[in-house]
Ligand binder design. Structure first.
Ligand code: NIG
Ligand code: FE
Length: 397
């Protein structure tokens, strides 16, 4: 179900600032070690600490960081990579004043259904590669532009060839051919479509919002998915306040994604639960909408993740450094919080303990920056600061 992991071994020496996200290894929540070395053997971190204590590693390539910073690879916990075509014209119309609605999804559904398997797979591979070059070493990928039994199953099969985590999103919107019989579509998603798709996914997601699915429909579909062994996550409260967050908490979702329009009760519910609030700055950027308030969530103690939400309609970017910069500038996050949320936070949203940090035993996923500190990711927006990327110790870039 997930892309194959090629492993390698590498020593990164003379690291000016190593962000481990392991507070037992270094300072603060980011577990920062200065003048550090990192050793990855056969895909796994075996040393992360002061360079003076680093073991001599044999058979491993040695990289001289020359005082630059190293951070964990980004964990992008929310992406819609399986689609054909684009919606550049719709974007341009929005920038000229048109509002964003969930209705644009239908045009991508038409293009996706018409595409060959090879075209779809090529698109997913290109986006996963694009993300990896910008430092993303774990990517989640949803279906949701097929919206029939065969097209959703095909989307998941294609996603599984390239993405690490695969999510069934048959409940993205009600497709045009079911416009007058939405109950039948909900029954299809929770029944025959789920039967066909469950073997090809780990997660089930529902877009619970205006123009998509209401709270009762979302509950029914998510519970059916849980009954088939899938773990739930929810698109919640993107376009307006509504039941999405409360549904996510009720069904024990790993994450509630978007969280742009939250009531005080929603914030309290997230803070009191294990549901990660995943914020997607690219969506508000590209729909010229109000950004979510990360500070409000963080100050109440909620766990916040950042993700790119790559899709052709509302956020056609795979770039996590861009998301960090926007989150710091416009969502009241500190640069350190934003780096944590795009690495460790994403891992929590995917319930993964092997990625999102560089503690001993973690997968050797790391980004060597062209900068002396992780702060530069927000401080130097738009500048390509990702110098090298390793995934399980194997060089990606
Ligand atoms: O996450 N919100 C729902 N789904 C996507 C948008 C999909 C589209 O417009 O094509 C999102 O923003
Ligand atoms: Fe999304």
């Amino acid at each position: 179900m997930s892309r194959e992991v090629r492993t390698g071994s590498v020593v990164v020496d003379r690291i000016g600032e190593l962000v481990t996200n392991d507070p037992t290894l270094g300072d603060g929540p980011l577990g920062i070690v200065r003048d550090a070395a990192l050793v990855v053997a056969d895909g796994v971190v075996v040393y992360a600490g002061p360079r003076t204590g680093a073991p001599a590693a044999e058979h491993a390539g040695r990289i001289d960081a020359q005082g630059a910073a190293v951070i964990p690879g980004f964990v992008d916990s929310h992406g819609h990579y399986v689609f054909a075509g684009d919606r550049a014209e719709e974007f341009a119309a929005r920038m000229a004043g048109q509002p964003y609605t969930a209705g644009g999804i239908a045009s991508t559904v038409r293009a996706t259904r018409a595409a060959s398997d090879e075209e779809l797979a090529g698109g997913v591979g290109r986006l996963v590669r694009e993300a990896a070059l910008a430092g993303t070493t774990t990517a989640e990928c949803k279906s949701g532009y097929g919206l029939s039994v065969d097209h959703e199953r095909r989307s998941l099969e294609v996603a599984g060839r390239h993405a690490d985590e695969v999510t069934f999103l048959g409940a993205h919107v009600v497709p045009e051919e079911y416009a007058d019989r939405r109950d039948d579509y909900v029954a299809l998603v929770a029944g025959e479509m789920l039967d066909a798709c469950a073997p090809h996914a780990t997660w089930i997601d529902v877009f619970c919002d205006r123009g998509a699915f209401d709270g009762d429909e979302a509950r029914e579909i998510l519970r059916a998915g849980v009954g088939r062994g899938l773990m739930p996550r929810v698109h919640a409260n993107q376009l307006q306040q509504g039941p999405g967050v409360q549904v996510a908490v009720e069904v024990g979702a790993a994450s509630a994604d978007h969280c742009t329009h939250l009531s005080d009760d929603d914030v309290e519910a997230l803070a009191a639960s294990d549901v990660v609030a995943t914020l997607l700055p690219g969506a508000e950027f590209s729909t010229r909408a109000q950004y979510p308030d990360a500070r409000r969530l963080l100050d109440r103690g909620a766990t916040v993740a950042l993700a790119a939400d790559c899709n052709p309609g509302s956020s056609y970017t795979t770039n996590m450094p861009f998301c960090i910069a926007v989150a710091v500038r416009d969502m009241r996050m500190t640069p350190s919080e934003a780096v944590w949320s795009s690495t460790a936070g994403g891992a929590k949203a995917l319930r993964r303990s092997d990625v999102g940090h560089l503690g001993i035993g973690a997968r050797g996923d790391l980004v060597l920056l062209d900068a002396p500190s992780h702060l530069h990711l927000a401080y130097r927006p738009g500048v390509p600061l990702v110098r090298s990327v390793f995934r399980a110790g194997a060089r990606v870039r």
